[in-house]
Design a protein around this ligand. Structure first.
Ligand SMILES: Cc1cc2nc3c(=O)[nH]c(=O)nc-3n(C[C@H](O)[C@H](O)[C@H](O)COP(=O)(O)OP(=O)(O)OC[C@H]3O[C@@H](n4cnc5c(N)ncnc54)[C@H](O)[C@@H]3O)c2cc1C
Length: 388
């Protein structure tokens, strides 16, 4: 399967690319160094309605498809390589996705307009200290009490959890039935006594995108904030993460594009042994391999994005394609970013150049949205299910 962007998608790519070059790239390093949330670009994303890219028009969004969102993320990454901005858009969309997937009409009308406008940020809170890859073993509990649920427990590694107005949280409403006991809730953090932000993590990279611990102590949530039925939370989380995997793959494609162009430009101007590095075949072959990996990842990413919107693919086929795209794009990203630094030599290792930051930002992509080992389990399962 190949992809071809429509004229509208090419125009969208160019528009977002220019926004990224103008407003994001110049500040990316500062946001990283100060571990600063990118409020300046937040306002621009709001103006452009990009927080509502995937929200249907009737709820105030742009009503774009997952393929369009893939275009947006790739363009931001390839123009600015700014982890803070990418982390914000990806996480906000991850937090909103359960509402889009499982929200009732009333819930969508209640929450989506503020989410689409960017007035309210969203976060997605599944992981716990004892339950990462094995998300089915979460211990946060939600106990029904009259017309509300009382939530107790704690979550770790919640990106934007300290800034979000709405946090989609996953808790057990029934014990001893594994993933079938998990239910999803939307927490309005402004109306949730007992909800507390704990430790703010100090991270290797993505420093402009805060990641925090969240504590729930007798947090009372009205029944109207439950998404779907009791026991449907795990299914909602997995469907959300399928889309999230395409998003991190798109981000990785854009980042690889950015660093390949950066290294190529450097190689054209850096002279050693009396000629530009770009004249050396060893360097040309590195650039060629970087381009091959970027383009292969791009094809896989758009194939997965198209599978999500086609309506023709089974759930397991979507899981296979999104896992392949996420796993491949984020694995080759490590290699491509590292090779870009290699082309810059010692300068690539210095904080005066953006590649050092991009290298630190990149590692997490093999870990979140399901580690790449977990993606390989998903892919292997589909291979083993095939018949001769
Ligand atoms: C910066 C950052 C941001 C994050 N943002 C969010 C967020 O917004 N919301 C959220 O809910 N979570 C978030 N996470 C959590 C993230 O999704 C988890 O870290 C991830 O799922 C892995 O869980 P873990 O860290 O507990 O590792 P573990 O599950 O303990 O895994 C440790 C290692 O063992 C491997 N492993 C585990 N099980 C298997 C297996 N069955 N087979 C083979 N290998 C296996 C893993 O691949 C990994 O290499 C974030 C994490 C980070 C670091």
């Amino acid at each position: 399967m190949t992809y071809q962007l429509t004229q509208d998608q090419v125009a969208l790519w160019e528009h977002v690319y220019h926004l990224g070059k103008r407003y994001v790239e110049p500040h990316a390093s500062k946001w990283d160094q100060n571990s600063e949330y990118p409020w300046a670009i937040h306002e621009i994303l709001k103006e452009q309605l990009l927080f509502g890219a995937l929200v249907p028009k009737e709820y105030g969004g742009l009503g774009l498809s997952v393929v369009d969102f893939t275009v947006i993320l790739e363009a931001i990454a390839s123009s600015s390589a700014c982890g803070a901005t990418l982390g914000t858009l990806e996480t906000h969309s991850l937090g909103a996705q359960p509402i889009l997937i499982a929200g009732t009409e009333e819930q969508k009308r209640r929450w989506l307009p503020q989410i689409a406008s960017g007035d309210s940020l969203c976060a997605f809170s599944l992981t716990e200290s004892g339950a990462g890859s094995d998300a089915g073993s979460i211990t946060t509990r939600a106990v029904k009490d009259g017309d509300s649920y009382v939530i107790n427990g704690s979550k770790v590694f919640c990106t934007l959890g300290n800034l979000a107005r709405y946090v989609t949280v996953f808790a057990k409403t029934q014990q001893d039935v594994g993933t079938r006991g998990i239910t999803a809730f939307v927490i309005d953090t402004q109306k949730a006594p007992g909800f507390k932000v704990g430790r703010v993590e100090k991270k290797m990279g993505l420093r402009g995108s805060p990641t925090v611990e969240l504590i729930y102590e007798d947090v009372r949530v009205p029944v109207e904030n439950r998404l779907g039925n009791e026991g449907e939370g795990f299914k909602i989380a997995m469907e959300t993460l399928s889309k999230g995997r395409v998003a991190v793959a798109a981000d990785s494609v854009g980042i690889m594009d950015y660093v390949t162009k950066y290294a190529a430009d450097y190689a054209k101007t850096r002279t050693q042994f009396g000629r530009p590095l770009s004249n050396l075949q060893a360097i040309q072959f590195m650039l060629a391999d970087m381009e091959i990996q970027t383009e292969t990842a791009r094809q896989m990413t758009y194939a997965a994005a198209n599978a999500l919107i086609s309506g023709e693919k089974t759930r397991s086929e979507i899981a296979r394609l999104t896992a392949i795209a996420k796993c491949y794009a984020t694995d080759v990203r490590q290699k491509v970013v590292s090779d870009a630094i290699q082309i810059l030599g010692g300068y690539g290792y210095m904080q005066d150049y953006p590649l050092e930051r991009i290298h630190r930002d990149s590692k997490i992509y093999q870990i979140f949205e399901g580690t790449n080992q977990i993606q390989r389990l998903v892919i292997a399962r589909s291979v083993l299910a095939k018949e001769k």
